[in-house]
Write a protein that binds this ligand. Sequence first.
Ligand code: DON
Length: 362
Amino acid sequence: MQVSFNYNFSTTSGVRMKRTIYAAAVVLGMTAATSAIPTLRAQAGADAQKAVDAAYAKFRTLKEGKNADYIPALAKVDPNLFGIALVTADGKIITAGDVQTEVSIQSISKVFTMAQVIEEQGLDAIAKRIGVDATGARFNSIIAVEGVRTVVGAGAPEMNPLVNPGAISATSMVRGSSADEVWKKIVGFHNDAAGRQLSVLQDVYKSESDTNQRNQAIGALMLAYGYIKDNWQQAVDLYTRQCSIGVNAKDLGVMAATLAFGGKNPVTGKQVMDAAKVPGVLAVMATAGLYDDSGKWLYATGLPAKSGVGGGIIAVSPGKFGIAIVSPPLDDAGNSVRAQRAITEISNALGGNPYARAKAGS
Ligand code: DON
């Protein structure tokens, strides 16, 4: 008799319970096993809540880092905002702190626009036009684009859709006959992943539109080198709008969980993207999600993740959970300080690292 569990954390107690229940199912039949599943889920939920609460308590008073201020509206966001949301396979949302206040999604949107292009045009579309390689440079580096041109040739797919040049190019690849049509697709994909209708934070959109000359330069350069086929101005504007979408920690947690569970939103049950395409998205997050600190992050957690200068980070433990934290103060690389620390603690407490070898015999 086969019993399948939604809960799959590899904590010692979880593994023991799984074995116990499997044996019980064999002896007593499906009825007994089925009635044990809620108990198992409740235990998993309790473990996760404990880990989330502990990290919240530990990092609540941490004062390191500073809000981004190169987009003036971001400097005005309350630096004390701190919310955690972990979402399990059965759509349970485990929270601590403020999970209602919205911040701008910023670069986390790059993941979902990349995912949308991959969903629409296949895994090769991004890999062949933009590339899936880490640049090792800052997220808005122009030298990285020039480096590719000098070493390999203009238009070579040697970057990725999570740094600005690749992200603006990915936005330009979303198909549609008007800016409005493309925008509806972009925001629609974000809505499906979050499980609710999201809106643009107009103050952030205006503030970034007024100050995004560097991204405009990148857009023009990407047209010149053939990554963007036409209308770089539209690509930069839509990119700026997608970065200004308002999200709270809960939204981001559900979006992370949609990627953790094969592209299916575990809260709404909607299949947002083809499960076979999700590993490609996660691979780019693993190599480039925290910019030039992606290697350090992966070393500490093993989790594909993505940060945004609004203060959010999402992280994915495939098949186990999606987690998000919102906390605006950033480190020098542009990643939320508290979010990095708290996700690391929570994931390690729950056995979230996909590279961690299961204990012998488990
Ligand atoms: O393009 C920008 O500068 C912002 N809209 C997004 C940057 C960002 O979030 C980088 N994140 N760590």
